[in-house]
Design a protein around this ligand. Sequence first.
Ligand code: SF4
Length: 394
Amino acid sequence: MTTTPAAEPLLDVQPTPLALLLLGREADPASERGVECPGDLPAASDPDLVERARAAKARLGDRVFILGHHYQRDEVIEFADVTGDSFKLARDAAARPEAEYIVFCGVHFMAESADILTSERQQVVLPDLAAGCSMADMATAEQVAECWDVLTDAGVADATVPVSYMNSSADIKAFTGRHGGTICTSSNAKRALEWAFSRGEKVLFLPDQHLGRNTAVREMGLTLDDCVVYNPHKPGGGVAPEQLRAAKMILWRGHCSVHGRFSLDSVNEVRERVPGVTVLVHPECRHEVVAAADMVGSTEYIIKALDAAPAGSKWAIGTELNLVRRLAKAHPDKEIVFLDRTVCFCSTMNRIDLPHLVWALESLADGRVVNRIQVDPETERFAKAALDRMLALP
Ligand code: SF4
C-alpha cells in the first residue's frame, strides 16, 4: 500500500537563494529592469517595522489609501485598506477621491491603471519601482506598432480588433484604444471577445497568449487551428501572411511566468497524491493545464469558489502561492493544496515588502512623494478610451 504524502508542506515552502534573487534582494539586470530601489530603506531586520508602518499610516490618516493585490505578501496585506485584483483595486482607488495618495502594493501596470482611473489630484505611489510584471514587459509599444504594420501588409489590419488584457502597460492600452479595441480582465475576457468579433473578423489578443487561447477555445467554440501566435522576436512575427489571413485569433506570444509554470504533470501528480481533489486553475495557465483542470477562473472566482465549497472538500489551486496560502489558512475545514511542488511566487510582486512600504509611507508622511507613477496625458486619453469600452461591455 502506498501512503499519500501530506499536502500541507507544499504550502510551507521557504524561499531558496534563487527565489531571493528573483524576489529582488540581489540584482539580475539580465532578466529584470530596475532592480535597485532608489530609496534609503529601513533594514529588513528592523524589529520596529510593523510599528513604523502603523505610525506612518496613522500620521497620513484619510490622505492615504493602501491597495493590496491578492498576490502580495502577508506582511504587506496586513496594511492594505482593500485587497483585490488589479482592476477592482483601481476602481476602489477612484471611488476614494478624498485620498490624496494611493499606495499601490502591486506591480507597475496596476499603478498605471490606477493613475488613469483616479482624479488629477490623486497621486499613485508604487513602493518599489522594480515591481514590474514579466508578462506586461513582453509587449512593448514598438513591437506592437510593428505587429500592426505586419497585419496591415497582410491586408488584415482593417478586419482586426485589438483586445488587451488588463496586465499590459499603459502604452499597450493606449494602442488598443487608438485602434478601436477594448481591455479585458480574466473575468470578462469572453464578453470582450464577443464584442470584438461583433466588430471585426479577427482579434489581436495582447499580451497573454494563454488567456486569449483558453477563452477562444474553451468558451467561444473556436479551435486551436483558428489561433496563430505572433512572436515579436521573429521577422513578420514568425507567421506567414496567409496564416494571418486564415486566423481568427492572433495571439501575442506573451505569458505569465507564474501561471505558465504549472504543467499537465502537476495536474496528474496532484490527482494521484490527493484522491478526490478538485483542480481549480487560473486561465493564464497553459491550455493543456486548463483542459485537464476541473474548474477555471480568475482570482476572484477562485476565492468565491473556495468560500462556497463544503467542509471536507479537497482542492488543488493553480495560482500564485501567497494567495493559495492565505486561502488555506482562511479555510482550515477544507484541504487546500498548491498545484505544483515548487515555489511559485510572483517574484516581481514580492519585491514590495515591509521595508519598501515603510519607506514609502514615512516619505509621504514627511511631505515627500516618492516613486510616483504618472501616465502622460496623451497615453492616458487613449488608454482610458479602451478601459471605458470595457466598462461599457454588455
Ligand atoms: S502573477 Fe504573472 S501576470 Fe500577475 S503580476 Fe506576476 S508575472 Fe505579471
